[in-house]
Design a protein around this ligand. Structure first.
Ligand SMILES: [Zn+2]
Length: 315
């Protein structure tokens, strides 16, 4: 098995994104960068560097649907496109789903106690879809599946950062191709995203994310090929540290509720006084994550009224 890393520029704050070319029984590309000209140039150069052309790629796999990873799906027309079912409404610009998406976030903002003057954020939540490719998945990958063309790799559903997030695990080589699950320099944001099935409740992304991290913690992983930045070698140490940090942040949030009840919005203002206005979606997601954690651990309770959800210290 050989894995060839391709570094691709993005117009986003996160910086470059990594794609991986996997040579096994099939030639497989994992992630395709954002839909920009610069990204396509980098992708092409990276593939040619190891003696192939775009048309040699037989399969394209997505680790998740976010725009820095899912752009150039139709540059590989001859390749089969595979990924988690949650990619599909994004890749096909599903009008019904997008409508539900807006309703979902509006409802979230109301419950979080966000003032009406911020409701324009509903539109902004829809990430820059024009950087995402427009071509349907031909096959859905599921937890426990073997990666077609690469029998050493198993599919792990590692939700949290995205509701479409998959990782690819080779027990034999002790290698994980992990998308944005574990990054060397930054911790991934457990974004709140609408469910595929609208009768389901919103995901508790932070709890999902912690479960995904703990799963990796239990595997004998020696190396993670990440979606951004360098490969990660000190996997277990890094994950332990990240989980501890999250717990510390949750207790900081709990402290803020000692005096009186708070809404998610009020907590977000206190936690991110300089950033919340500019990055409302991300900062609310982060606060909700800590709240879901504290609720799960039994530290807080909630009460709904016309102002939204109010959160109290349990003591
Ligand atoms: Zn990413």
């Amino acid at each position: 098995m050989t894995i060839h890393k391709i570094i691709i520029p993005t117009p986003f704050a996160v910086g470059d994104v990594n794609a991986y070319l996997l040579k096994g029984d099939a030639l497989t590309l994992i992630d395709v960068g954002p839909k920009t000209e610069e990204a396509l140039v980098a992708l092409k150069a990276g593939i040619e560097e190891v003696g192939y052309s775009l048309s040699d790629v037989e399969q394209v796999l997505l680790t998740h649907h976010h725009p820095d990873h899912s752009g150039w799906v139709y540059a590989f027309e001859q390749a089969t496109l595979l990924g988690h079912a949650y990619n599909q409404p994004w890749l096909t610009r599903d009008v019904e789903f997008f409508k539900f998406h807006d309703e979902f976030y509006l409802q979230c903002l109301k419950e979080e106690g966000v003032p009406e003057s911020y409701f324009r954020w509903v539109e902004k939540m829809k990430r820059p879809t024009h950087f995402i490719g427009n071509r349907p998945l031909q096959k859905f990958l599921r937890e426990g599946d073997t990666l077609p063309g690469h029998p050493d790799f198993t599919i792990l559903e590692t939700l949290g950062h995205a509701q479409s997030h998959l990782s690819f695990w080779s027990e034999k080589d002790r290698v994980l191709i992990g998308g944005d699950l574990v990054l060397e320099k930054i911790s991934s944001n457990p974004l709140i995203e609408p469910p595929l099935n609208r009768v389901l409740k919103r995901s508790k992304s932070m709890l999902q994310y912690n479960t995904s991290l703990k799963r990796i913690q239990d595997l004998p992983v020696e190396k993670i090929y990440s979606g951004h930045g360098n490969e990660v070698y000190n996997v277990h140490e890094l994950i332990t540290g990240r989980l501890e940090k999250q717990r510390e942040r949750a207790f900081k949030v709990l402290d803020m509720m000692k005096e009186e009840e708070k809404t998610i919005f009020e907590l977000t203002q206190l936690l991110f006084p300089n950033v919340y206005e500019k990055e409302l979606g991300l900062t609310l997601s982060e606060t909700i994550g800590q709240i879901d954690y504290l609720m799960e651990e039994g530290y807080i309770r909630e009460q709904k009224n016309e102002k939204g959800i109010l959160l109290y210290d349990h003591a």
